[in-house]
Design a protein around this ligand. Structure first.
Ligand SMILES: [Zn+2]
Length: 137
């Protein structure tokens, strides 16, 4: 990504969670049904094996957050979408989460900022399919 900056690596944190997990102190294989569904439909397969079950079922999800994203803050975006968003928004943060579809291990891997750095107003709220659903009820 061209505008990538303010990269935060959560490897140490992940390692600490894994140690605690292997010591039986925490249950980190607790991906909820929504996260597992997101992993199934939007997850991008990675080459490294799952650190817990060692299977090749690990995927990454990229969540986007930022004031400038308005109501769409918190959505999962693909690499292609992120590349488009880089030039449309001044600044937003991407959180990379790894999820194992086999054992439900999940952890934050990294986060970074994207965007062209230009100040923009929060977008106006747009009507979405969810709004239509709500009206019908
Ligand atoms: Zn696993």
């Amino acid at each position: 990504m061209k505008s990538e900056r303010a990269y935060v690596d959560y490897t140490l944190d992940k390692r600490a969670t894994l140690v605690a997990l292997f010591q039986g102190k925490v249950d980190a294989c607790d991906a909820d049904p929504y996260l597992l569904l997101a992993a199934k439909f939007h997850g991008v397969k990675v080459q490294r094996p799952c650190p817990v079950c060692k299977k090749k079922s690990l995927v990454e999800l990229k969540y986007t957050f930022g004031d400038q994203l308005g109501q769409f803050s918190g959505r999962i975006k693909s690499h292609v979408e992120l590349a488009e968003m880089e030039t449309k928004f001044g600044e937003f943060r991407v959180y990379v989460v790894e999820v194992c579809r086999e054992c439900s291990w999940n952890h934050l891997c990294a986060s970074f900022l994207l965007g062209d750095g230009k100040e923009r107003k929060r977008p106006r709220r747009q009507r979405t399919l969810e709004d239509d659903d709500w009206v019908k009820r």
